[in-house]
Design a protein around this ligand. Structure first.
Ligand SMILES: Cc1cc2nc3c(=O)[nH]c(=O)nc-3n(C[C@H](O)[C@H](O)[C@H](O)COP(=O)(O)O)c2cc1C
Length: 191
């Protein structure tokens, strides 16, 4: 059976992380359910010049699900437990807050809630600068509830030369958290 991952893209800056994850995960033949929030589509356009039709055309194997489709199978624990994990990349402070407080307004919040209750790995690639106390408290809340909070902040110890290398460092960290093997960045002291 194909390994399955839910990938959610929200309206934080860093749409490129979600886009690169799509490239990498589909190239590994993983089965992807993709949920993009309405703000996520706006930022994909603002930052990458990508419209919904173009993105979906580029990744025909991806199962795109509307953020409004609250009856989708991934909203149910009995189905989500079949997944390797749920990745929200990038994750806005708004989506973080909804998951931290269990106030579901769309399918992304619901999938986050279900992942926590079913102990399905949930990874939030958060992006904001600076963080307010509210943001930090919400991160602590979801972390205590079992989520992995990964800041969209690349390291520089691998001496990157290109933007792609910086993006791949962060995307590699996401894959590390899901225990998916990759060669996206050079590990510390790796030849
Ligand atoms: C170009 C752009 C960049 C944004 N960057 C961020 C950001 O880095 N972090 C954040 O929390 N919100 C950011 N926002 C605001 C979110 O899109 C907004 O809070 C939205 O309601 C989030 O909704 P969602 O979580 O359903 O996607 C940005 C908005 C735009 C248009």
């Amino acid at each position: 059976m194909l390994e399955k991952v839910v990938l959610c893209i929200t309206g934080a800056s860093g749409a490129v992380y979600g886009y690169r994850l799509l490239q990498v995960l589909t190239s590994m033949n993983l089965s992807i359910d993709l949920v993009v929030s309405s703000s996520g589509w706006v930022v994909l356009w603002q930052e990458l010049g990508l419209r919904k039709e173009e993105l979906l055309k580029e990744f025909p194997s991806v199962n795109q699900v509307s953020e409004k489709d609250i009856a989708n199978p991934i909203a149910s624990g009995s189905r989500l437990i079949e997944y390797r994990g749920v990745v929200i990349a990038p994750c806005s402070m708004s989506t973080l807050a909804h998951i931290a407080h269990g106030t579901n307004q769309n399918l992304i919040h619901r999938v986050g809630e279900v992942a926590l209750k079913e102990r399905v790995p949930l990874l939030l690639l958060v992006r904001e600068a600076p963080y307010s106390q509210v943001h930090l408290e919400n991160m602590l809340k979801v972390s205590k509830a079992g989520a992995i909070v990964l800041p969209a902040s690349p390291g520089f110890y691998h001496r990157p030369h290109t933007l792609q290398e910086l993006v791949d460092f962060v995307v590699g960290k996401v894959l590390d958290s899901l225990r998916i093997k990759h060669n996206l960045y050079k590990r510390w002291k790796e030849e």
